[in-house]
Design a protein around this ligand. Structure first.
Ligand code: ADP
Ligand code: MG
Length: 284
């Protein structure tokens, strides 16, 4: 039998910019127990902005920005984009000899013959670079040159407007638990989780850790994952319903997802659940 009602549901949602890749996902959306969100690009805009530059050990702000920009030249990460935007100049050729983007960590490169690291605390720990305690409420990009910490770039992202209300409404619709996973630092994670009312959060995760934490909550029938797709395609695939942001999201994510929210507006989750509940299983 063909569940006719599904066509109306899928069609109605597509008019609202939500692509549902099969009627069975409407069944999952009807009774979600747990929704797990990726932070960057899903709950936050994913558009980073450099708001602070601090230097140590005799280097200037212009110098550290130039080093970081060159290190990030070949990266498409939103953090890389913000640093290149702040730098604002064209790149000269042949500055970079070696280049490696380490997933969930940052960049390791040789620039003008110097060993440069640009990334998070995990990256600094990996290469035994000693860093001081830093008081900055945002994403911190540490920079080291030839094994010495030379300063950091403070970057901030914004929570998407209306997210707090979306989380509240999801609870009203019967969702029992909301969880946030992120590769970002604990301070940022705590701040975002508190501001929007997420039940639980886990920070400083590597892309592989996201799968592990997802599995902690996965009941195999009513668990959703919502992500922007940068590094989270494996989780999107495992979820009972994997929901991707279509605007910022990568092509890989759109392919891995079961539901795509084309304009990245998370409030469309609410519409999707409501439509799924109205959609009756009319069969012939
Ligand atoms: P998420 O999408 O959950 O924030 P990612 O796995 O994309 O996580 O990144 C996790 C962390 O790794 C970032 O918050 C940042 O600290 C660091 N990082 C990743 N890529 C870069 C990069 N190109 N430059 C600097 N830091 C990076
Ligand atoms: Mg991400």
């Amino acid at each position: 039998s063909i569940p006719l009602g599904y066509f109306a549901g899928v069609g109605g949602l597509s008019k609202r910019g939500v692509l549902v890749k099969g009627g069975n996902y409407l069944e999952v959306l009807k009774n979600l127990n747990t929704i797990i969100f990726d932070k960057t690009g899903t709950l936050t805009e994913g558009v980073f902005e450099v708001v602070e530059i601090k230097t140590y050990n005799g280097i200037s702000e212009d110098e550290i920005l130039e080093i970081a920009a060159y290190a990030e030249e070949h990266s498409n990460h939103p953090i890389a984009d913000s640093i290149k935007k702040k730098y604002g100049k064209n790149f000269e050729k042949n500055f970079i000899e070696d280049y490696e983007e380490i997933s969930g960590h940052g960049i390791k490169a040789k620039i003008k013959g110097k060993d440069v690291l640009v990334g998070n605390k995990k990256l600094m720990d990996k290469f035994n670079i000693r860093i001081p305690e830093i008081n900055f409420n945002g994403t911190i990009v540490f920079v080291s040159v030839d094994g010495m910490f030379v300063g950091y770039i403070g970057i901030s992202d914004k929570i998407k407007p209306g997210i707090k209300e979306v989380i509240k409404e999801l609870k009203k619709l019967g969702v029992k638990k909301t969880v946030m996973l992120t590769g970002d630092n604990k301070k940022v994670a705590e701040d975002v989780a508190k501001k929007i009312g997420i039940d639980e959060y886990f920070a400083e995760l590597l892309p592989g850790d996201k799968v592990k934490f997802f599995e902690k909550y996965n009941d195999g029938i009513s668990t959703a994952f919502v992500g922007d797709g940068i590094n989270d395609a494996p989780v999107l695939t495992r979820a009972d319903v994997g929901i991707a942001m279509g605007g910022l999201g990568s092509d890989a994510a759109i392919e891995a997802a079961d539901v795509v929210i084309m304009d990245d507006d998370v409030s469309k989750l609410i519409d999707s659940i409501k439509v799924s509940r109205k959609t009756m299983k009319i069969t012939w």
